[in-house]
Design a protein around this ligand. Sequence first.
Ligand SMILES: [Ca+2]
Ligand SMILES: [Ca+2]
Length: 198
Amino acid sequence: MKTRVYAGTALALALASGAAAQDFAITVEAVNQGTTNAANHAPVGPSRSNPANALGAPNDMFFSLGMGGSMVLGFGGEFGTSVTVWETTVGNIANHPEKADVFVGYGASAETAEFWFVDTVFNTADGIPLSLAPVGAVSGRSTYNFVRIVDTSNPAALPELADGFDVDAVAVHLVIPAPASAALLATAGLVGVRRRRR
Ligand SMILES: [Ca+2]
Ligand SMILES: [Ca+2]
């Protein structure tokens, strides 16, 4: 019996620490890549056009949104608190001032979800959590299930080869867990019931 109690405590601790941990994007829900900044709107190169590079933890592998491009990411559940975006710029960042608007959305799909503006992120200051508290005052919600990132880089400030904001990774804090976590919670509840019966 004691073993069960210890197991339950360990699980509860794991779940508690999991709630505070960052949850990285796991699905690409929509992509609308823009072009390079060239006068002929040449497409972004293939090595910079894999949307899956925006999934998972920051690793300097990225998806270039293209000038004016956008993408929507999913996290396997509903999140609140904050959104953090990591960008990758190769070379002298001062010569490539890139930025993007970050939105959170809620709905059945990326196409039908309603989105609310959170903040603008700059490649010169990435990896900073954006609070969702001000968004809640507008949306009337505390949880969301999509993040949309829209390139808003200024074409006039960039060279011809520029291809907009480069998304390396996006993190949230899941508050309504994915199915796998829900199963864990159910197990934790079962342990708790057994403990109370003693
Ligand atoms: Ca870029
Ligand atoms: Ca990446």
